[in-house]
Write a protein that binds this ligand. Structure first.
Ligand code: 4AZ
Length: 207
């Protein structure tokens, strides 16, 4: 994260961390963020799993406020299976979304940046070093360059308060550096994937 303020996990209970086991060091390492969206389902970003890690090496941690600090409220789950979006494009990060199933039984970085959604007309390649921006992406940031997502946050949530409910709008995906003035972070536009995610969940009802 860049800027932001510290927030306790009880304020953002859907925040998850995804860790990967590294045999060489015989322990898990933080890979990405994640979002608990249903009792056995966590959403993350597809680019977090580009090297096609085996699902059994993945671990999801819920209930932890600090990535490297155990907490009495934490729950650690194994991952049974995960799905990288079929159309994930590893050049542009289009369709950067991946649901993980059966978190059952690390690290959590919870923060509340005051980032705002950027109008789509300002979410253009010009402000992001010419990189492609597709309609499956949305920009959010703080125009002063104070608060932003950064390395290790990918897969984590962008939530908005809507009619008194917190609504998941984005999955942290990429950016041109972190916390630069007038440069927003780029997020996967979750509303474009509701049917796709529900399809995965319905096709795998045992989770
Ligand atoms: C990253 O490397 C990353 N400022 C995520 C978000 C942003 C930059 C980098 C946005 O995971």
């Amino acid at each position: 994260m860049f800027g932001g303020r510290e927030s306790d996990i009880s304020e953002q209970p859907w925040q998850a961390a995804v860790n990967v086991y590294q045999a060489r060091y015989r322990r898990h390492f933080h890979r990405c963020g994640g979002i608990l969206i249903d009792s056995c389902w966590v959403l993350s970003a597809a680019h977090c799993f580009e090297d096609r890690d085996e699902a059994r090496k993945l671990q999801v941690v819920l209930g932890r406020t600090f990535r490297k600090q155990n907490s009495t409220s934490e729950q650690i789950f194994n991952v049974e299976k995960y799905w990288i979006h079929e159309k994930f494009d590893n050049e542009t990060y289009d369709n950067d979304i991946a649901p993980l199933s059966q978190p059952q039984s690390i690290y959590h970085l919870s923060w509340t940046g005051y980032v705002r959604l950027w109008p789509q007309e300002r979410c253009v390649p010009d402000i992001l070093s010419g990189r492609t921006i597709t309609t499956n992406m949305l920009c959010a940031g703080d125009t002063r360059g104070l608060d932003d997502a950064c390395k290790g946050d990918s897969g984590g949530p962008l939530v908005c308060q809507n009619n008194n409910r917190m609504t998941l709008m984005g999955v942290i995906s990429w950016g041109d550096g972190c916390g630069q003035k007038d440069k927003p972070g780029v997020y996967t536009r979750v509303t474009h994937y509701i049917d796709w995610i529900e399809g995965k969940m319905k096709a795998n009802p045992d989770f």
